[in-house]
Design a protein. Sequence first.
Length: 510
Amino acid sequence: MRKKFLAMAAMLGVGIFTATLPTFNYCEAAEVQNVAQVYDLNFDSSIGVEKTLTYNGKEIHFTAYENIVYVRNPKNAESQKLSIYIPTAYLNGGMINGYAARTAPIFVPNGVGGYMPGEIKPPTENDKMTHGANTTLAALARGYVVVSPAIRGRTTTTNGEYVGKAPALIVDYKAVVRYLRYNKNALPAGHIDKIISNGTSAGGALSAALASTGNAPEFEPYLKEIGAADERDDIFAASVYCPITNLDNADMAYEWIFSGEKNYYQAMWQMKPNNATADAANNPTQSKTFQTMTTDEIAVSKILRDSFPDYVNSLNLKDETGKLLTLDKKGNGTFKNYIKQKYIESAQSALDKGEDLSGTNWIKIRNGKVVDVDLKKYAAAATRQKAAPAFDKMDLSSAENDEFGTENNSPRHFSKIIQKNYGGAMADSEIIKMMNPMNFIGRADVDVAEHFRIRHGAIDRDTALAIPAILALKLQNSGIDVDFFSPWGIGHKGDYDLDMLFDWIDSLCK
Ligand code: DHB
């Protein structure tokens, strides 16, 4: 279906081109193409517009500096703009929530989902998703300076060329940070050493990538090419919701949990892969239909499942007590116990809040304590969302294959196992490496953020809990402060606990 669509689009493209030929003025066209606009990176405070919105019954006064192109030579100016929102009190020497102009954190949430382009999210009281205030407004109410960027995604095109494939999204997020540093004295407010990223799903992966790759030299040529400010791009802290990350290993982790499940229940957005407002079906019971995996998919599921222990063991991860986390050939061992413990903590917190968990068949409760988790029963209850391989599809049909695609939109593999077993073109190995935070954490030439808050809901089936767990452990093992938790009853979503997220930020910034 998708291939057919692409073929049709290609045909249409040819059609439009030939139809335009007779009246096409080559000289004018050449001029338009050559005189690419160069943007000034100096922040202009005169564009500020004062606005007021209501949040929890309180008037929030802020000044908006909107639609600023954040690189000198954008590949696509519409997708490389940001807006800055500053609580107006700071412009008048006032304070909010204990912060003054120069101490207020700079909160930089990204709106990326499905590896699609991320859009600027101006503050609003009527968000499409929450039917209430959005994250930008909530953060302003807390006294944060909010920077909301547009970011290139896998469908971004300029003159028919795809300009937003991997690693464009990380490059843009870094360019945003560099723009802010470049203008640290010109900005009316914000503590430049208190930049905090935030994102969900592909946006969570992006938040983790930004925070894990500070000043990594690999990104330099890409940043130069778009004319990013010549500044540092490390940040202070990252908020990461259900990150679709570690893509080159995520297929194995998925099968380690879900291999016993033959049926999969697709999320709505996967049926419409180009839906920009990708919000997966958070509750498995909302999925109306299921499909059964093919013989090929079942076969690859087993290969992936059996390959996961070697990957886990190669990481030398340790828990908080220093115990090595490993798996034997059957997929059992201390790493498995660690994952079970995460679900136990999740269930226990719900139990402690008075929730009735007697209907949950995959946990064992004794005297008010959750004492065990059955991961097989968990997989059956949570349900598989994706057929194997979950990410690097044999026919190159996933959002992630598209993300790793070429400038002319040919999708690519990114998992060695899949490519080895099924053939097809592989993405550039350097780009695959750049997209995975795991490759940067602990490196002497990289400035990883000091603090991470990682959340992955206990019934999220978009990626396996092992993936954010591995990220959290790797960070922790390299001395980073990590707050990692799997909230009970939560599926694939983010920003559902903003009060707690902001409490965490306040605890780090005050
Ligand atoms: C997203 C969800 C997925 O399941 C996936 O494979 C990629 C991205 C998302 O919601 O951003």
